[in-house]
Design a protein around this ligand. Structure first.
Ligand SMILES: [Zn+2]
Length: 83
């Protein structure tokens, strides 16, 4: 399930702070490495992507420049609706 910034105010959107493991200053390509607080994947994000549209993790969480990640809570094994 993918989260976008407009989901942040939803009741079923969870926010967790990220812990930055490393910051790499590379001319115009500064990036940060952190563990996704939701799925513990290691994520490398460019600063411009954090400050822009946000960096997305494989699990669907999204991270902004404020050091906080957001992810919609997944419904517990709800059967897929037929449409
Ligand atoms: Zn993740």
């Amino acid at each position: 399930m993918k989260t976008s910034f407009k989901d942040m105010s939803r009741d079923d959107c969870e926010s967790r702070d990220i812990t930055v493991l490393a910051k790499i200053s590379d001319y115009g390509r500064s990036r940060v490495i952190f563990n996704c607080p939701f799925c513990t994947n290691k994520v490398t994000a460019y600063m411009w992507s954090l400050c822009g549209g946000g960096k997305r993790c494989d699990c669907g969480a999204i991270f902004g420049s404020g050091g906080t990640g957001y992810r919609l809570k997944e419904k517990l094994k709800a059967p897929k609706e037929q449409s």
